[in-house]
Design a protein around this ligand. Structure first.
Ligand code: ATP
Ligand code: MG
Length: 589
């Protein structure tokens, strides 16, 4: 492909509203353009990468017997009423009316449509299991579309759905898709991790997210350095922690006047206690207390959480433990009113609410806590003795880097940042029951199908590849999704002797199956052409210029290592082949 004919405009500067590297580089490299907030044109270079990744996904899924179909973007309200999501999906669902005033939405996901397809066609256990997928444009009216293709409103997703006779078969398929996803991301040529995740609002019994590792990732991940356990930090099991004061005598709960005006952070309180020589309390003797309001459907109730002062509360764990749909802190003013004191002195003792205590406080005593009276704290606090509505010790804190792994007990957690690019989900019968997607089993009984769903954000993945693979000069494409393999730069391309060597190299490489972008543009300095080549980031740059040709050579340059090899024009194909073999998956290491 001749660059002089390519629809492309490159820029030296990133647009002001581009917040992340992938967005800056894709815009500077002329891959995408913004049409509206969260809505982008995929220009020819971007589309080549997108299509290559789609092809990897398609090949691996078809290999596993998944069938491809294509479902409509525009979906009728009736289906969404059946699943009750017309009401519950919220404002990410873009709703619209047709000329007859009938309600429709733009599909943010396709559980309803695929369930409708399957219930119309599949009637018997003999037709199960089945696994269907599509690669389709989705629309989600995200509150804050940002980061270019990472969080768009319109984006391309691969979404797959499987249907089974029972739980066991759905589990089997779950793990098969898990393995397929590992193959897909390994073939992509990036560093990634499958991560245990919280199933959140979609529901379902277990789920993994696939993350491309990148410093700019939105998600915190903790991974054990000894075993396989890797999970989203909001879900990572935190180990219980031993206390170092088993030899201290157990004190009674005592109220101590301890004026700590303005001291609210518990670390400061503990230090103040220590300084005041109230038992010389170490930090892990200080507890802290949060009052939450939980909701589920129309029900609302309050719950208290007690944990060590230097630990962070994990509201996802608490929410799951008490079976709430959502929890929020009780507004401060209200909490102060309930406790009859100001913040800083609010404590769990005597509070009339269920108390959940983090397991790092199991067996702990001689703790401090607010005494619900201004200027006063308790010390000698022992949760299981002193809390009236004690609901036990549970894992309720955020695990953190350096904690001993709660699974294997041997390694410690290391922290990474990741970009969620895919997710496998066991859905169970949520949709099949709501939409009566049933089959008759061997005994002739009607049963709901058990479902799984499997998504990959195609366009987000392309952006994530760049977040992981770039340098100060531009993008560094891994071979499998590079728009072109070789960027052939001819200098003084209007000179016939240069054009003939360059065109020859282009056609030889193409004949050998390589994709070549030939910068044949006239009248540009070598510096400008090289800058563009670095920005666009094809794995190899091949330079054909008068100086080299005088010595009978052309230059092959590795975009990642910047290593330059001088070769004879007739050796170009062999050299590119050797490079491909060597580096095809180097980014995964
Ligand atoms: P997130 O928590 O990031 O909003 P999600 O959990 O809502 O993602 P899913 O419903 O599981 O996402 O969608 C499957 C995949 O689609 C995600 O793993 C992600 O790669 C991609 N995706 C989701 N939302 C967007 C978006 N707004 N822009 C681009 N890709 C997206
Ligand atoms: Mg989302």
């Amino acid at each position: 492909m001749k660059q002089s004919k390519l629809l492309i405009q490159t820029y030296r500067e990133a647009p002001r509203d581009a917040d992340v590297i992938s967005q800056q580089l894709m815009m500077r490299a002329g891959m995408i353009q913004k049409l509206a907030a969260g809505i982008y044109d995929y220009l020819p270079l971007a589309l080549r990468s997108i299509r290559k990744f789609e092809e990897i996904v398609r090949e691996e899924l078809v290999r596993d017997g998944c069938q491809e179909l294509l479902m409509p973007v525009v979906q009728p309200r009736e289906l969404w009423d059946e699943s009750a999501r017309w009401q519950f999906y919220g404002r990410e669902l873009l709703r619209l009316k047709d000329r007859k005033d009938a309600d429709f939405c733009l599909g943010p996901t396709h559980e309803e449509v695929v369930t409708d397809i399957v219930r119309k066609i599949i009637k018997s256990y003999k037709q199960l299991p089945i696994n269907l997928f599509q690669i389709q444009t989705k629309f989600r009216d995200e509150i804050r579309p940002r980061f270019g293709l990472m969080r768009g409103r319109e984006f391309i997703m691969k979404d797959g759905y499987s249907f089974h006779v029972d739980d066991a078969d759905a589990d089997r398929e779950y793990w098969r898709m898990f393995e397929a996803y590992k193959r897909i991301f390994a073939r992509l040529g990036v560093k990634f991790r499958p991560v245990e995740a919280d199933s959140g609002a979609i529901g379902g019994s277990f789920t993994h997210e696939f993350h491309v590792l990148a410093g700019s990732g939105e998600d915190a991940i903790l991974s054990c350095n000894a075993c396989e356990y890797t999970s989203n930090a909001e879900k990572t099991e935190a180990p219980g922690l031993p206390f170092g004061y088993a030899s201290e005598p157990v004190l009674d709960l005592k109220r101590a006047h301890f004026h700590t005006p303005g001291i609210i952070a518990m670390e400061e309180q503990a230090k103040a206690f220590r300084d005041a020589e109230h038992n010389g309390l170490p930090l892990d003797h200080a507890s802290k207390f949060y009052l939450y309001r939980a909701t589920r459907g129309d029900a609302t109730w309050d719950a208290g959480l007690v944990l060590r002062s230097d630990h962070d509360p994990n509201t996802v764990k608490l929410k799951n433990l008490i079976g709430a749909d959502s929890i929020d802190l009780v507004p401060l003013e209200e909490a102060e009113k309930r406790a009859g004191t100001k913040s800083g002195f609010i404590g769990p003792v005597d509070m009339d609410v269920s108390m959940y205590v983090d397991r790092s406080l199991e067996g702990a005593y001689n703790l401090t806590c607010g005494a619900n009276q201004e200027g006063y704290h308790h010390f000698g606090f022992k949760p299981d003795r002193d809390l009236k509505q004690m609901k036990g010790f549970h894992d309720l804190r955020m695990a953190r880097e350096g904690d001993v792994c709660a699974r294997c007990g041997k390694g410690t957690y290391e922290a990474f940042r990741g970009i969620e690019v895919g997710q496998v989900f066991k859905l169970g019968t949520k949709y099949s029951q709501a939409m009566s997607c049933v089959f008759s089993d061997e005994a002739g009984h009607e049963r709901p199908m058990v479902m799984g769903c499997y998504g990959i954000g195609i366009t987000r993945t392309i952006a994530a590849v760049i977040e992981q693979n770039y340098d100060a000069d531009g993008i560094i494409w891994p071979w499998p999704v590079a728009p072109f393999h070789v960027h052939l730069v001819s200098l003084d391309s209007n000179k016939p002797e240069i054009a003939s060597v360059a065109n020859r190299a282009e056609s030889d490489l193409e004949a050998a199956g390589f994709q070549v972008l030939h910068d044949d543009r006239d009248g540009l300095s070598p510096g400008v052409k090289f800058k563009d080549a670095d920005l666009l980031g094809m794995p190899l740059r091949l330079t054909v210029g008068a100086k080299g040709l005088k010595d009978g050579i052309v230059e092959l340059r590795d975009r990642r290592t910047k290593e330059v090899t001088k070769i004879k024009p007739e050796d170009v194909v062999a050299a590119v082949k050797a490079h491909r073999e060597r580096t095809n998956h180097e980014g995964t290491k």
